[in-house]
Design a protein. Structure first.
Length: 240
């Protein structure tokens, strides 16, 4: 089984970190391929960057020439999953939805701890669109930019742990979802500080994608995610 794990930003080191996190949980025989968009923002922290990322992700996936069995969109609260589902025949899993749906098996209410406050509405919208918002206790911002997670790991751990503790104590969350692909590897520290289960979206998405492939399941093509109608799309596919 081969799963494409697509970073939504153009930072190669983050792509590799996300792919390594995915490999750490993947079953024997599952190959993880990390992909980075050809264009877009070095970190996605707003609507403009997110919409650019949606096109960048579709572009890099459609350019991948080898066979694959599933795609994971590794961006928290990002746009674009629906477009991928239209153009692909394999399962597509978004890490926001993967983390939240996994959390439902572990506790009644979950909280998401993410990066900057400006990303909170994007995550709230993604959860609402997926029908997962009713079980979300809160979406909290750590105040750190995406690239700061990599550049200042000690500060990142402190900020994420602090907001996770507040989510449990003040918002009555019973599960914490790490709200950024770049937070992979922080599960143990957050769980130790809060005494609740902590879900990383990348790892959750790998398990879900593997399960869908093993069951022979993929996106319904009857209505919402049917293949795009045949028509001229000016400028698409994008030129080399």
């Amino acid at each position: 089984m081969r799963i494409l794990v697509v970073n939504v930003n153009t930072t190669e080191s983050m792509t590799e970190a996300i792919a390594n996190s995915a490999r750490s949980i993947a079953a024997s025989g599952t190959e993880i391929v990390g992909l980075t968009p050809r264009f877009g923002a070095e970190s996605c922290e707003g609507n403009l960057e997110s919409y650019l990322a949606a096109v960048g992700v579709m572009d890099v996936v459609t350019r991948y020439a080898e066979p694959y069995d599933a795609v994971i969109q590794a961006g928290y609260g990002e746009h674009g999953r629906e477009g991928l589902q239209e153009i692909l025949e394999v399962p597509v899993v978004d890490i926001t939805e993967a983390a939240a749906s996994t959390a439902l098996y572990l506790g009644y209410r979950f909280s998401v701890v993410t990066t900057l406050d400006r990303t909170v509405p994007l995550i709230e919208d993604r959860l609402k669109l997926a029908g997962l918002d009713s079980r979300c206790a809160s979406v909290r911002a750590s105040g750190l930019g995406v690239l700061e997670l990599e550049a200042e790991p000690d500060r990142a751990v402190h900020a994420i742990v602090e907001q996770s503790q507040r989510a449990v104590e003040d918002d009555y969350a019973e599960v914490i979802c790490l709200g950024c692909g770049g937070m992979a590897g922080l599960e143990a520290a957050v769980s130790a500080a809060t005494s609740v289960p902590v879900v990383d979206g990348v790892r959750a998405a790998v398990v879900i994608a593997e399960g869908l492939v093993r069951q022979g399941l993929s996106t319904s093509k009857i209505r919402t995610y049917a293949r795009p109608r045949a028509k001229r799309l000016t400028g698409w596919p994008l030129p080399d």
